[in-house]
Design a protein around this ligand. Sequence first.
Ligand SMILES: *Cc1c(COP(=O)(O)O)cnc(C)c1O
Length: 418
Amino acid sequence: MHDFQYHGEELYCEEFPIQAIAKEVGTPFYLYSLNTLENHFRAFDSAFSKVEHLICFSAKANSNLAILRIFVRLGGGVDVVSGGELFRAMKAGAPPGKIVYSGVGKRPDEIEYALEFPILMFNVESSQELVAIDQLAGRMGTKAAVSLRVNPDVDPRTHPYVSTGLKKNKFGINLQKSVDEYQLASTLPNIKVIGVSCHIGSQLTDVGPFVEAVQRIKELVRKLRAEGIQIQYMDLGGGLGITYDQETPPHPKEYAQSLLNELSGIDCTLILEPGRVIVGNAGILVTQVLYTKEGGEKNFIIVDAAMNDLIRPSLYGSYQRIQPVQRKNQIEIVADVVGPICESGDFLARDRQLPKVEPGELLAVMSAGAYGFTMSSNYNSRPRVPEILVAKDRFYIIRQREDYDDLIKGEFIPDFLA
Ligand SMILES: *Cc1c(COP(=O)(O)O)cnc(C)c1O
């Protein structure tokens, strides 16, 4: 996080004082550091440099066009989970041959859209989806490259909402059944099986579950090859965690080494789909204090950002570090940092020790670059906030603030109500 540092008492993003950005664009806003984004991508990419590999950044972590473009320029591909994300990846200039398409519920129109380019592969999550893709590809006179997303049934030991690789989760195909599914796939005329994929969860802070999963996937690849099914790609998904508070996740180098130790001689192109680990600590949410309420049972700091802007605390009870943009006060208080939304679940922090702040002061909600803006909504008819990218001593608006007209775009009052 060395790109978000105090110079004296002022918090900077790279070489730009954050207070000055707020003056120009207003609050709240998301703020990303180009240097951190590039460094994180390069560190992850180079950790796998010993083997054939492709880093497909998981667009759902942060799908802003400029952010996707940064990774595309560094040679990355994109992991998409919807037609909309595929559209974004294409707009960002991603080569279709570097796009993988994951997700349990791909609609026919989305599958057709992906077949038109065509993309590198579909990560298929059920036999019905396999048949649907085969039929659509047949109708379009093309062949669909697929890998099956198998569920290795390992416990990622993370929050239940972001655990995806257990039998009870909706994702993937049961590992035991997957050989049958592969056999089905190899009989379908418009399907070309090229790989195997998995993704076991998000915000993992230990390599153990990744290693377990890769061991199971490796066994499957051996079995499939023995059956004459060609596997060229092994997609190990994303999920590597970051430090929000006290977590000590492995460095990408360590993560890569643990995986590669299991994979010597396997002769597959590796695909990785990191999201959070690349962008999480490359972005913050800047918000302004509106009011404070002190002296009751609890202290409250009411800010102009809310759960619609950053839902992670409300949704997962997750911790986001909060620090003042200008360090003014030595006195600390314990307070809840809450937004203006009419829900008691609308908080950014609870019982947090913070310097005493006054209305008008700015707070930085740290580690907000992943699953921040992309999970934001217009709840309470709040326009979505802008996204700003800092490169050294310059900043760029990479998404403008929505206005009230944006809120009602596409809404109509039928004539009979006029
Ligand atoms: C969400 C997701 C990812 C990215 O997960 P992170 O924890 O952000 O790295 C990768 N692959 C798939 C299939 C996903 O659904």
